[in-house]
Design a protein around this ligand. Structure first.
Ligand code: FES
Length: 108
């Protein structure tokens, strides 16, 4: 727990909800979160808002390890959050696994 009663990590989902290939979207507070697995199979979390003009990535087409933003077509690597087009990379969240729960540390 952070000073002021803020939680440092928030419960995001079950580990079972994050697919081996592909993405799972959820939200913690007002932040959209895109969860996926890195090259080692570890769960990673990125902002679910596109860095082009902050549309939700949820609903974007996932193919070949990339997600395409449904708004204007920006593409991001789902394992690393790296932009494949002329946009900043997706901000990454810290992740902690406790039992079968995925805890995500929101960016403040
Ligand atoms: S908001 Fe994603 S490409 Fe424009």
């Amino acid at each position: 727990m952070l000073p002021g009663g803020q939680k440092d990590y928030e419960d995001a989902c079950s580990t079972m909800q994050v697919p081996k290939t592909g993405v799972f979207f959820t939200s913690i507070g007002s932040q959209e979160v895109m969860l996926s697995r890195d090259a080692r199979g570890e769960i990673v979390a990125f902002s679910g808002f596109c860095t082009h003009s902050f549309g939700k990535l949820d609903g974007g087409k996932v193919e070949g390890g990339e997600i395409t933003c449904p708004h204007h077509g920006a593409r991001f690597d789902i394992k690393t959050g790296k932009a494949k087009s002329a946009c900043p990379n997706l901000p990454k969240f810290d992740v902690k696994i406790e039992g079968r729960r995925v805890l995500v540390k929101p960016n403040r």
